[in-house]
Design a binder for this molecule. Sequence first.
Ligand SMILES: Cc1cc2nc3c(=O)[nH]c(=O)nc-3n(C[C@H](O)[C@H](O)[C@H](O)COP(=O)(O)OP(=O)(O)OC[C@H]3O[C@@H](n4cnc5c(N)ncnc54)[C@H](O)[C@@H]3O)c2cc1C
Length: 391
Amino acid sequence: MRGDWDAVIAGAGPAGSTTAMLLARAGARVLLLDRARFPRDKPCSEYLSPQTTSVLARLGDGVLEEVAAAAPARLNGMQIVAPSGVAATGRFLTFSYALPRTRFDLILRRAAERAGAEVREGIKVEELVSDGERISGVIATRMGAGSREQYRAPVVVGADGLHSIVARRLGLVRHSYPRRVAFTAHVSDARDVIDMGEMHVGDTGAYVGLGPIGDGLTTVALVVPARHAAAHRGVDHFFDALAHFPRLAGRFDRRRLVRGLLATGPFAQWSHRPVAPEGGALLVGDAADFFDPFTGQGIYSALRGAELAAATLIGDKPLAAYARARRREFTGKWLLERLIAIGIGWPALAERAIRRLARRPELADLFVRATGNTIPARRALSPAVLARVLL
Ligand SMILES: Cc1cc2nc3c(=O)[nH]c(=O)nc-3n(C[C@H](O)[C@H](O)[C@H](O)COP(=O)(O)OP(=O)(O)OC[C@H]3O[C@@H](n4cnc5c(N)ncnc54)[C@H](O)[C@@H]3O)c2cc1C
């Protein structure tokens, strides 16, 4: 065995912590590095799609119980609002949790540590090391101190999120349309918040996702085309933009902003394969592919991807098996997400589809359950269903 570790993981978000937890439980010596210090915040709408609950239950070690005890909100479905204000409601089969990422990510990171992974915070991965062609470790900088260290392992896992340095160093990053950026906020005492997530589609390619996350807080994400990003910077612009959505006007008091705005993007970034062609490295979570936040599938995909990565590594299978497992697992979700992400950029199309869903609650349920991962995405993608929604 080469190096001090069996696996070095860059990024201790949901994807990295879960991969670390599963590998460490199987007896691997795992080093989990993150440039941040936890608890750390993350721009997100903070909703765990319903199927995430099953993954958390599978992780065991009280992880699901800790999430349930962290006083999260429970969501029973999604309300999708058209540019005109017409609303469709889709109900989940079971409720889903929603809670601040500061709490959720810390629960997973601690569980990785309990499982035996060594966690080091304030360490930023910057370069990959290779033996010949094959990746064999990382070079990282200790934040603040500036000193660089090398960590060697037969496997490097890139779980370092949307702008993954591991994916970039492997030359795997691709971009696609539509490029969007997001501004997220926590607001207290928002009016008319219900036990559902809300997605409001605007008439300029922008949308807003919001929902309760417990303790009287509402998480609000404004997502705009990247070319409009500069016009939306700052708290006043953020609240002014919300007021342009017909069902959001008057619901927020900007003095009740309880956390500064967090910005992130542009999205629509993915890796054209989730494994290093030369071997020795693989990608999980947003580092592998970033789902448009509209469908709220990112955390589920991070956790499920971590399960697939760990199964490949523990079973000592070739990394190509991981790539195949991801394709089997995620192809339907990718298609559904692409379809929705592109559709939002066409307000007239979005208006028509949401009006149809409002008139046919069974179709709204179908779409909301497919994006919530409780039914296969292909059921929402069947030509008969798409025709009923779009034609
Ligand atoms: C506006 C918005 C709303 C969203 N809403 C939802 C939602 O409601 N539900 C949902 O399921 N998903 C949502 N998502 C997606 C979700 O946030 C991500 O899919 C999820 O966080 C992916 O987890 P991850 O572990 O791959 O990456 P992250 O959570 O981004 O974690 C990556 C970690 O890597 C660390 N890191 C980065 N670079 C380095 C480096 N060089 N060295 C060391 N460490 C590094 C970071 O500090 C971070 O801790 C949303 C995303 C956005 C942008």
